[in-house]
Structure formats: structure tokens, C-alpha cells
Design a protein around this ligand. Structure first.
Ligand SMILES: *[C@@H]1O[C@H](CO)[C@@H](O)[C@H](O)[C@H]1NC(C)=O
Ligand SMILES: *[C@@H]1O[C@H](CO)[C@@H](O)[C@H](O)[C@H]1NC(C)=O
Ligand SMILES: *[C@@H]1O[C@H](CO)[C@@H](O)[C@H](O)[C@H]1NC(C)=O
Ligand SMILES: *[C@@H]1O[C@H](CO)[C@@H](O)[C@H](O)[C@H]1NC(C)=O
Length: 539
């Protein structure tokens, strides 16, 4: 049976007591108002977006803005007989390898769309609205090629192009060090006949994009919605409920999905927002799905948003639905629980509670000192700022962590302190975003950036001399956020050792940065997200 509102309330109280602060209590609102030069967030945002231009695969548009990138992957998927049009040409490379992983790609598009739906005025104020929209369409056009997007019933999804079979020595994306433009080894395609998390994440990506295109490209918007519905039916098919990555050595060493109920929450929430159909709200507030997505009680791990855990993002959106729309029976009870989950998650981000470790230099350690920590930090900064904006928009001055009241400014302070760390306010005075600030990593682990674009072709192993060179990359991959420092605030700018940038990491960074910019004014666009919901009933 499901988790009732009462149970939620009980464990909330238990946990809220348990996490009451061990050190001095709440920070004070008045003196914590941000005092930053907000133009720096805008500057960083413009750069962070350019990373997506640098990751494009396929036939590039004329003004793509990255002089050292050209057409690539033009034969991707050409070995398949049943794909539409040009095969699987297009999309984005995931990172410094030349692989197209559709699961994190779809998630990254959802995050970009979400940020654009919440903050259209901010993107417009800095003249980046159309740029982001173009980046999203580049992703959704590609996702539409990865399954039969005309059919109402689909039987399979292409889940990946390129990559490596770990135990082999054959030329592939791992063993070779080549620019995408020069790839001359086979690009295998992975197909999944099951895969609820992949299909539900693609649902989220296409549904959120459909909201953005409704006004200016209604035909495309409708296509996206139809495709979302067939993807979601695939995701929910009880015969297909096995993780898409399970047992596939091309996938699971890289993006091993640990569950799909979080994507059910996330996909159904977006589908509800895109269609206005309450059957999807019923699913997103179904206590059984909630329970399966997050276990029986709140845990700090559950509050860490990533490409593998969409519980916090889904519940954040549903909390917005509750705060702004207040749906009543039968949705209300679960939504109260969702709201409490978000409140607790925000508490867990605060330093006094010490639910996560913090580095001496002030970076929260969402993965307990593990590698590639910045992606989680950027996501959390976005969620914190978003929650602050939701509260402010509904005239709440703050929220409770157990008996302690915290003002909105505490959330903003968390968000800006973490993003400021990433942008250079840290013990090394190093910006973790390439091309931003005076000092940043310049030996980023990235094939295209590390090999000169000089008209010469370097072979699979011929490229090793660029990988192993101690010199800076010849091409500056502007806007790329690297994996991050270790838990002692140290970082080694070493191409072979340090983790490179990823689509998912940069998508979270973009979202966090736009929420912090001052252009276009404070706050979220209150109605854009709800533009496809039916008007409230006349009393
Ligand atoms: C899907 O429909 C579009 C136009 O409606 C068409 O151009 C395309 O060829 C169709 N694809 C397949 C695989 O039927
Ligand atoms: C992927 O996850 C599954 C289930 O959690 C696990 O059994 C498997 O070993 C994982 N694969 C890798 C390569 O870690
Ligand atoms: C709340 O929103 C108003 C505008 O609606 C804005 O002036 C104010 O600065 C916001 N406060 C915070 C703490 O975000
Ligand atoms: C903004 O960036 C400029 C240039 O990197 C730097 O000099 C300045 O200190 C930054 N401002 C803040 C408030 O961080």
C-alpha cells in the first residue's frame, strides 16, 4: 500500500528533529543578500551555453560559433535499415569521448528546457533565448530519430551511438584519440527493447520542449507531444521494465541507471504539464510510484539531483504545482508529502546541519568526496534558487527545517556561494569553467579540444601524442565545466587524470547560472509552465 500523508508527516517530524543543527542556528536574512556583480553570472552563462555548440555532432549549422569544430558522425546509424531520414546523424557528444549517450543527452535537454520555461525573461534580457531554444531543438530533433516517432506504439529505442566495449582492444571511442571529424573506426549502435528510464527521460525532454515550441512552431510541438505519449506508454509497458543499461557492457560502465521509478515521476509530471491530462498527474502523485522511486523514507542521497536521480527535480516541479495551483482531492495528500520532501532536501543542503560533508574551501560534497562533484553542486544550486523563487512568488518568506525558520535569502546564499566557488572563489583561485576568469584548466580531457584543427588527420593511436602532451590544449573549449576538485579543494590540470566536462554537468550549470543572473528581474515566469493546463473550473 502507499505512503499516506500521515506517514509522510510522521517521518518528516522524526527526521526534522534528527537533523536539527549541531552548530549555531540559522543565518540572518538581512546581511546575506547577494552583493555580487551579477554580470559575471551572465558572462559565465553565455560561455556555459557555448559548450553545447562545441559538442554538436552531425552537419553543423553555418554560424555554430566554434571555429575548431566541423561536420562529424555523418554516417552514424547508416548501418541500420529502419531509421528515418539520415540515420542517427546529429545530437551531441557526451563528453571528451565521442560517444552519443542518449540517456544523459535527453536529461540535459530536459534541464535546458526547464530553465528556459522558468526564466524566459532572463534569457531574453541577455539575448540568449533563441540560442538555448536552438540548442534544445538540436537535441530533440535528434531524439526523434532514435525511435519510430510517427508510430503510436513503439517497440525499440536506439540508446547509444559509438562508445566502447571495455574488455576489447579494437579501435573505438576509448582506445582511440581522434577528433570527431576524423573518426575512422566503427560506430556501433545500441538498441534497447526495454528501458523505462530511457523512454521516460525522453518523455520529459520532448514534453518540456513541446511547451517551448507551442507558440512559434505548433506542428513541431504537437509532434513532440505525440512522441512523448508513445514513449511513455513504452516506458510503462510491464513487459519492458528492465533498466536499459543492465547487462550491456557498452552502456553500464558509463551510465548505469539504478532505477526507473524516478523517471516515471519526472516523465509523468512533464507529460501532465505538456498535455494538461490529469491522468498523468494521477500517476505522478501515485503513492506506490513515489514509494518505489524513493524507498520508505527520506534520505539525504535522495535529495541529490543527477542524470541518475530525478526524484528531487520531479518533486520540485510537483511542489510548484501545489504552491501555485493547489490541486485538491485526490492529489493533495501526496503533494503535501512531495512538498515536505523538498523542504527537507533544502535543509540538507545547509551547512549547519552537516548532512553532507563540506570541503575546507566551502564546497558541499554531495558524493562524499568522490570525483566529478561539481555536477551535483550545480544542480543543487539551481534547485535551491528555484525553490527560493517559488516561495517568493507565493508570498512565503522562507521555510522550516524542524523548529528552525530559514528565510529565502539562505537558499540564495547557498546557491551563489556554490556557484561562486565553481567560478573561482576557492582556495586555488581557479575557475572550473574553461575560458572564464583569469585562471582555468587548460589541459581538459577532451579529444576535439586537445588535437589541433590544422587540416592534418591523426590516426587512432597517432592522436596519443596530443593526449599525452603536457602542453595546454590547442583549442579552448569555452564554457566547459570540468569534473571538479577533490575533497581537499585540490585539482590537477592533467589531461589523462582529471575528469572532463559532460552535457549533464553543463546543463545543470546553465540552469543554476540563469537563475542567478539579474537581467530581466527576479523570479520565475509564473504562468509559462502551466500554459497547457486547462483553466480552473468556474466555481
Ligand atoms: C514520419 O512522418 C514524416 C512526416 O509526417 C515523414 O517525413 C517521415 O518520412 C516519416 N517517417 C517514417 C519512418 O515513416
Ligand atoms: C550496474 O548496476 C547494476 C545494478 O545496480 C549492477 O548489478 C551492475 O554491476 C552495474 N554495472 C557496473 C558496470 O557497475
Ligand atoms: C521577491 O520578489 C520581489 C518581486 O516580486 C522582489 O522585489 C524581491 O526582491 C524578491 N525577494 C527575494 C528575497 O527574492
Ligand atoms: C567578476 O569578474 C571579473 C573578471 O574576471 C573580476 O575581476 C571580478 O572580481 C568579478 N566580480 C566578482 C564580484 O566576483
Amino acid at each position: 500500500m502507499g505512503l499516506t500523508g500521515l506517514k509522510w508527516a510522521v517521518w518528516f517530524m522524526v527526521i526534522a528533529t534528527w537533523i536539527s543543527p549541531r552548530t549555531a542556528t540559522s543565518t540572518n536574512s538581512a546581511r546575506t543578500l547577494p552583493t555580487h556583480n551579477f554580470d559575471n553570472y551572465t558572462l559565465a552563462l553565455r560561455k556555459a551555453l557555448l559548450f553545447f555548440n562545441a559538442q554538436k555532432s552531425g552537419k553543423l549549422p553555418k554560424n555554430n560559433g566554434i571555429p575548431w569544430r566541423g561536420n562529424s558522425g555523418l554516417r552514424d546509424g547508416s548501418q541500420l535499415k529502419d531509421v528515418q531520414g539520415d540515420g542517427l546523424v546529429g545530437g551531441y557528444y557526451d563528453s571528451g569521448e565521442n560517444t552519443k549517450f542518449h540517456f544523459p543527452l535527453a536529461y540535459s535537454m530536459t534541464m535546458l528546457s526547464w530553465s528556459l520555461i522558468e526564466y524566459p525573461h532572463k534569457y531574453r534580457a541577455i539575448n540568449e533565448y533563441n540560442h538555448v531554444l536552438e540548442l534544445i531543438k538540436w537535441g530533440t530533433d535528434y531524439l526523434l530519430l532514435t525511435f519510430d516517432s510517427n508510430a503510436t506504439k513503439i517497440s525499440k529505442i536506439y540508446s547509444q551511438v559509438g562508445g566502447a566495449y571495455e574488455k576489447s582492444n579494437i579501435p573505438d571511442d576509448i582506445t582511440c584519440w581522434e577528433r570527431p571529424e576524423d573518426m575512422d573506426y566503427p560506430r556501433p549502435v545500441q538498441t534497447t527493447y526495454a528501458g523505462p528510464e530511457l523512454a521516460a527521460e525522453m518523455t520529459a525532454a520532448l514534453s518540456s520542449a513541446s511547451i517551448l515550441f507551442k507558440q512559434n512552431n505548433p506542428t513541431y510541438s504537437i509532434k513532440l507531444i505525440k512522441a512523448s505519449e508513445s514513449l511513455f506508454a513504452f516506458a510503462r509497458d510491464t513487459r519492458k521494465r528492465r533498466p536499459y543499461s543492465r547487462g550491456n557492457p557498452w552502456v553500464d560502465p558509463y551510465y548505469n541507471s539504478t532505477g526507473y521509478f524516478d523517471e516515471y515521476l519526472w516523465g509523468s509530471t512533464w507529460l501532465y504539464l505538456a498535455t494538461g491530462n490529469v491522468k498523468y498527474l494521477a500517476l505522478a502523485t501515485n503513492p506506490g510510484i513515489t514509494k518505489n522511486a524513493m524507498g520508505f523514507r527520506w534520505t539525504r542521497k535522495m535529495s541529490v539531483l543527477s542524470w541518475d536521480n530525478k526524484v528531487p527535480s520531479a518533486l520540485m516541479l510537483l511542489t510548484r504545482v501545489r504552491l501555485f495551483k493547489a490541486p485538491e482531492y485526490p492529489y493533495e495528500e501526496t503533494l503535501i508529502g512531495h512538498h515536505k520532501f523538498i523542504a527537507l532536501s533544502m535543509c540538507s543542503y545547509l551547512k549547519p546541519f552537516r548532512l553532507f560533508k563540506w570541503s575546507k574551501g566551502g564546497l558541499i560534497q554531495f558524493n562524499d568526496g568522490g570525483e566529478e562533484s561539481l555536477q551535483y553542486v550545480a544542480n543543487a544550486a539551481f534547485l535551491a534558487n528555484l525553490f527560493a523563487d517559488y516561495l517568493n512568488a507565493t508570498d512565503s518568506p522562507g521555510w522550516l527545517c524542524g523548529p528552525n525558520f530559514f528565510p529565502i535569502a539562505t537558499l540564495r546564499e547557498f546557491a551563489s556561494s556554490q556557484i561562486d566557488y565553481i567560478l573561482g572563489k576557492n582556495p586555488l583561485d581557479l575557475s572550473y569553467v574553461v575560458g572564464y576568469g583569469d585562471k582555468y584548466p587548460n589541459r581538459v580531457h577532451h579529444r576535439a579540444a586537445s588535437i589541433p584543427s590544422d587540416g592534418l588527420k591523426y590516426s587512432c593511436k597517432g592522436g596519443y601524442k596530443w593526449r599525452d602532451s603536457t602542453k595546454p590544449n590547442p583549442n579552448t573549449i569555452v564554457g566547459a565545466m570540468v569534473g571538479g576538485p577533490d575533497r581537499f579543494d585540490n585539482f590537477h590540470d592533467d589531461r589523462s587524470a582529471s575528469a572532463g566536462p559532460t552535457l549533464a554537468g553543463n546543463a545543470g550549470l546553465v540552469a543554476a547560472l540563469v537563475s542567478l543572473t539579474s537581467g530581466g528581474g527576479y523570479g520565475v515566469d509564473k504562468s509559462f509552465l502551466f500554459s497547457n493546463l486547462p483553466p480552473p473550473p468556474i466555481p
